[in-house]
Write a protein that binds this ligand. Structure first.
Ligand code: EPU
Length: 420
């Protein structure tokens, strides 16, 4: 178990480069199964969720070589179709089912892990596999904790998603690329990671077209994908996390190689806290020279709304802001564990259902805490940067699932009170 000791109180002053996107790396690595030849991915974050995905690919028989932020995969040697328990990979295991079924006609996969932030069922993924032709006699066990399918044929189909699930959209896209005929995906998730995934696949010869005016993605199946090299986009959630840290601690930071266009809703809301934010090309600067003020009411929403993955950080910011705020979580049912930890530091947050009522306090006092989940951990760490005194945050390996070098980044951003 790793931990970080924090002595709060520094303001920030520095710059850092934003890592590649975790939530793009995960589906791109699942897409490797669809290829016949060597693929190189660049700007892949060196985080444990990515290492879990590489474990899955190796378990399937692929060769995977990681050198810094470049990963080369040779999928030719894939000779297994089973993703067993304990092989890691966070939420990613279910994303391998579509590609395995499309390419080899069979797969068996344990239920995906990932953060405990809600029920996170896989019913939509299962609906998708069946629509493409997965055997209706599929062997799901009682808890749906193991999905095993055969597919004698794999045909394009019409999919209507009842909710704009990111993972289900990715499953549908990955299933459709090599399917026979045309697939239409209605009600698709608009998150930028979907667009980037499709751009990657199109670069490799897929035939994917977005028709936002009809709320659909059309995919004409192709025979094969061509080898290519692809550079992953930057991680909008990591950039948003550091912007919020600056709003909490005060000071001035510059984030380089940041996905500016994907952060509009975040920038708008953080400006309400008193931050001055300037964004150009691919860099964002945050200046905060006052105590933050409450941002009022914020609801998490599908993209381009305020992302659920930054809700915990916003909660930490609001905990120390002047005034009251209300944060509504609309995507996951149990994503408020962080509130209870912030309250132990002196925050005044009440949770009712999916709503957090926050009364801003003038300061927090650091106490020893454990990371609750990936984003909650980053939020508690942010609160500790601001909190009074020294304390230890443990289980920080959970934060390393998504942040390549959060302590290094914080040091580059001018925070001196960290000991690992
Ligand atoms: N849902 C279903 N059935 C399904 C799939 C999803 O009911 O078959 C529900 C979920 O329970 C949830 C909602 O749909 O209530 C949205 O879930 P979604 O499928 O969009 O989430 P995901 O694909 O499991 C990805 C990210 C999450 C991020 C969400 C929402 C990855 C690996 N994970 O999860 O990221 O919060 O989209 O944007 O891409 C994180 O990075 O910390 C993280 C949790």
């Amino acid at each position: 178990m790793s931990n970080i000791a924090v002595t709060g109180g520094d303001t920030l002053d520095g710059r850092t480069i934003i890592q590649g996107s975790k939530n793009l790396a995960i589906p791109c690595l699942a897409a490797m199964v669809l290829f016949d030849d060597m693929i190189t991915l660049q700007n892949v974050p060196d985080i444990s969720d990515v290492r879990g995905s590489l474990d899955i690919l190796r378990l399937l028989g692929a060769e995977a070589v990681q050198s810094g932020n470049t990963i080369t995969i040779n999928p030719k040697s894939i000779n297994s179709y089973t993703i067993c328990d304990g092989c890691g990979g966070g939420r990613s295991s279910v994303l391998y089912c579509g590609p395995l079924l499309a390419k080899f006609g069979k797969c068996s996969c344990v239920s995906p892990g990932g953060c405990k932030i809600g029920k996170r069922p896989t019913d939509l993924h299962q609906m998708i596999f069946k629509a493409f032709g997965a055997d209706s006699e599929c062997q799901e066990n009682e808890n749906n904790s193991n999905l095993s399918y055969f597919a004698h044929e794999w045909k394009g189909c019409r999919i209507e998603l009842p909710i704009r699930s990111v993972g289900a959209t990715e499953s549908a896209v990955l299933s459709a690329v090599l399917a026979e005929g045309t697939t239409e995906i209605y009600g698709y998730a608009r998150e930028p990671e979907i667009l980037h995934l499709c751009n990657f696949l199109n670069n490799a010869g897929a035939d994917i077209e977005f028709k936002p005016e009809c709320d659909k993605i059309t995919i004409n199946g192709v025979q094969k994908l061509n080898p290519c090299t692809y550079r992953l986009a930057a991680d909008r959630i990591v950039a948003g996390t550091y912007m919020i840290y600056c709003c909490m601690c005060g000071g001035h930071i510059k984030l380089e190689e940041a996905p500016v266009c994907e952060l509009e809703s975040v920038i708008d809301i953080l400006k309400r806290s008193g931050a001055v934010i300037s964004a150009e090309d691919n860099s964002i600067e945050v200046f905060m020279n006052r105590h933050p003020v409450s941002v009022g009411v914020v609801e998490t929403d599908y993209y381009p709304g305020f992302p659920t993955d930054l809700q915990s950080m916003l909660l930490a910011l609001e905990a120390i802001s002047e005034g009251d705020s209300i944060i509504v979580e609309n995507i996951f049912e149990s994503r408020f564990e962080t509130a209870y930890l912030l309250n132990r530091m002196g925050a005044a947050i009440e949770i009712e259902g999916n709503t957090a009522y926050v009364k801003g306090v003038s300061g927090l006092t650091n106490c020893n805490l454990s990371v609750p989940d990936l984003r909650g951990g980053a939020a508690v760490l942010g609160a500790m940067l601001k909190g009074l005194g020294r304390a230890v945050l443990d289980s920080t390996e959970i934060i390393e699932r998504g942040y390549e070098d959060i302590t290094g980044d914080l040091k580059r951003l001018g925070f001196t009170g960290l000991e690992e």
